[in-house]
Design a protein around this ligand. Structure first.
Ligand SMILES: O=C(O)CCC(=O)C(=O)O
Ligand SMILES: [Fe+2]
Length: 584
């Protein structure tokens, strides 16, 4: 991979549709010593208002650096890719026109619950409507960009616009840009005026979705993936699952869509005239991605997201248990004795040293109060979301960037698209961060028992400004989390220094104590992490959350439903990190 000094920033006139000469110059211009300015490269591409199609049309011979995945290519490192057996392939193509209604429902239910996806034929949408939609999308993306063009008129990152076109909705926040341009149309509840649509799309009928309740919102994303000079180094679409009720997907014959099934990526081969259905809500949301191919043909796909405000995202399809069934494991240690959960909770509470105290006793099995029932959605999600490729694209924002407007735009985008982001160069001195982390650790790792600080602070009294306990909701939750917490209420009136644990005294004289509640979590090593929860799925209710985490990792987020039905202010989460990766 090119080093940080190898690629000059691109620099060219806004509104001009051909990319600058420097961008088409070979990436490996190793001789130059100009530092790489990714931000400038991104802004220059955005200013062309013709995305990667414009880059391709200009005849570039090397993939610009902003599109290059880190070396070695994550797509090749992750789950193996296999092809689908012919009988499976046939089973996953469902003829909606089949006479036997019961058989049809059973086939759909089976495919949706087992795979989270299927293809349909006989859907009553005339072939020319489907090809018309694909051709219209292609024609729009292949039209000229530049001043006065439709592309320039529609190029936008304004989330409130019903018709917008851009190159990567997350261009300013992802680490690696995807080789894809997208025209996005919000068709329901209120469709745009025909005059707002690109000309190529006006006369086409939209693919019909059932006029049912679950379809109160409709969003079409019309993707275009130009041929790529280095497909092995670029991303089509990163692995994700959709958050809306159901996705109807049309793809042309180029292929490249993969779905994750039982830890393997399986390509969904194009089937002329068929629509692909990605299920959700009551059924699992299949994880999918687009892999680029070495080809001279572009790829076109249209995803129609059907939304319902109350629709719930489910996790990925069933996977074979990764460990002995939790149910079996749970019954093992207590096979004969009657299980008294309340007594177990009281016993733990009475130690006043939480899980750290349990771990210090050298236990090899996790007690039953911490065991998740078989299988919880959180658990499947946790197993599935451990995906480095996806996390590689999580938004990271440099607070020290010089361009204030670009900074504000990046934060706005990250907060509305992801509800979370990481910041670097945030100006909090490294020693303050490491002091907080170390103090937290030292407290949690100190001895418990009579006469200790832990015993002094162990409480469930909400009125106390400084309290320490194992799970604030220990007596209410169904499954206890593998986590101890020290909670400090720092505003409006901070506690007196002597109320704080000794390890945290310095917290009283730093600026950040103007914050309100600080929770200092500690997740001791767990003998059976696959059976326990760290922190259950939730969203925070306060205005904003700042999280420091150490290098151990484990924090996972889920994407929101698309903006029509999201409540970003309720979901917003901000993660602070830094060159040291922080913990608290
Ligand atoms: O291009 C494709 O086949 C997939 C599109 C997709 O996954 C999406 O838009 O969410
Ligand atoms: Fe998708």
């Amino acid at each position: 991979m090119a080093g940080d000094t190898q690629k000059p920033p691109i620099n060219h006139t806004p509104q001009h549709h051909s990319p600058p000469a420097t961008m088409s110059a070979p990436i490996a211009a190793a001789a130059t010593t100009v530092p790489y300015d990714r931000d400038a490269e991104i802004r220059a591409l955005d200013a062309t208002t013709s995305g990667v199609s414009g880059l391709f049309a200009s005849g570039i011979s090397e993939l610009p650096r902003m599109f290059r995945v880190t070396d070695p290519q994550p797509q090749q490192q992750e789950a193996v890719t296999t092809t689908m057996a012919a009988d499976q392939e046939a089973m996953l193509v469902i003829d909606l026109a089949m006479a036997d209604h019961e058989k049809l429902v059973a086939a759909i239910r089976h495919a949706a619950s087992e795979w989270g996806f299927f293809q349909v034929t006989g859907q009553g949408v005339p072939a020319e409507v489907i090809s018309g939609v694909i051709d219209g999308t292609r024609a729009f993306h292949e039209s000229d960009g530049g001043e006065g063009s439709e592309k320039a008129r529609l190029y936008s990152r304004d989330v409130t616009r019903k018709v917008k076109y851009n190159c990567n909705h997350d261009l300013y926040v992802s680490k690696v840009a995807s080789w894809r341009d997208t025209l996005q149309l919000t068709m329901a509840p209120e469709a745009p005026e025909p005059s707002e649509l690109p000309e190529n799309c006006r006369s086409r009928s939209k693919p019909e979705l059932l006029d049912i309740d679950c379809n109160q919102g409709q969003l079409f994303t019309c993707h275009y993936f130009p041929p790529c000079t280095n497909p092995e180094l670029a991303i089509g679409i990163t692995p994700h699952s959709d958050s809306t009720f159901m996705t109807v997907l049309l793809q042309d014959d180029a292929g490249g869509l993969h779905i994750l099934y039982k830890d393997r990526w399986v390509e969904v081969k194009p089937l002329p005239g068929a629509s692909i259905i990605l299920s959700n809500d009551k059924f699992p949301s299949v994880k999918h991605k687009v892999v680029l191919k070495k080809t001279t043909k572009p790829r076109v796909s249209i995803a129609c997201f059907a939304a319902h405000p109350t629709s719930k995202r489910r996790s990925t399809p069933k996977h074979p248990p990764r460990s002995p069934s939790p149910a079996a494991a749970m019954s093992a240690p207590v096979a004969t004795a009657a299980y008294d959960r309340l007594a177990e909770l009281h016993a733990l509470d009475a130690t006043t040293s939480g899980i750290s105290g349990l771990v210090a006793t050298g236990l090899t099995e996790i007690p039953r109060i911490f065991r998740v029932p078989d299988p919880t959605p959180q658990h499947e999600a946790a197993a599935m979301a451990a995906d480095d490729e996806e996390s590689a694209t999580l938004p990271v924002i440099d607070l020290a960037m010089a361009d204030h407007e670009a900074l504000v735009t990046a934060i706005g985008l990250a907060a509305s698209e992801w509800g979370f982001f990481q910041v670097i160069n945030h100006g909090v001195p490294a020693e303050v961060v490491s002091g907080t982390v170390d103090g937290t650790k030292a407290f949690h790792e100190s001895a418990g028992g009579e006469g200790t600080e832990k015993a002094r602070l162990y409480t469930r009294d909400l009125a106390r400004k400084v309290k320490y306990n194992c799970n604030h909701d220990l007596y209410k939750s169904k499954v206890a989390s593998w986590r101890d917490t020290l909670q400090l209420t720092m505003a409006p009136e901070p506690p007196a220094p002597e109320e704080l644990p000794e390890q945290c005294h310095y917290l009283t004289d730093i600026e950040c104590n103007k914050g309100q509640v600080i929770t200092c979590h500690y997740y001791p090593p767990c003998p059976k992490p696959e059976l326990a929860m760290g922190l259950g799925m939730h969203s925070d209710s306060s205005f904003m959350t700042v999280v420091f985490q150490d290098q151990v990792g484990g924090l996972q987020g889920r994407l929101l439903p698309f903006p029509a039905f999201s409540h970003p202010h309720r979901w917003s989460r901000v993660v602070f990190t830094g060159s040291h990766d922080l913990a608290c």
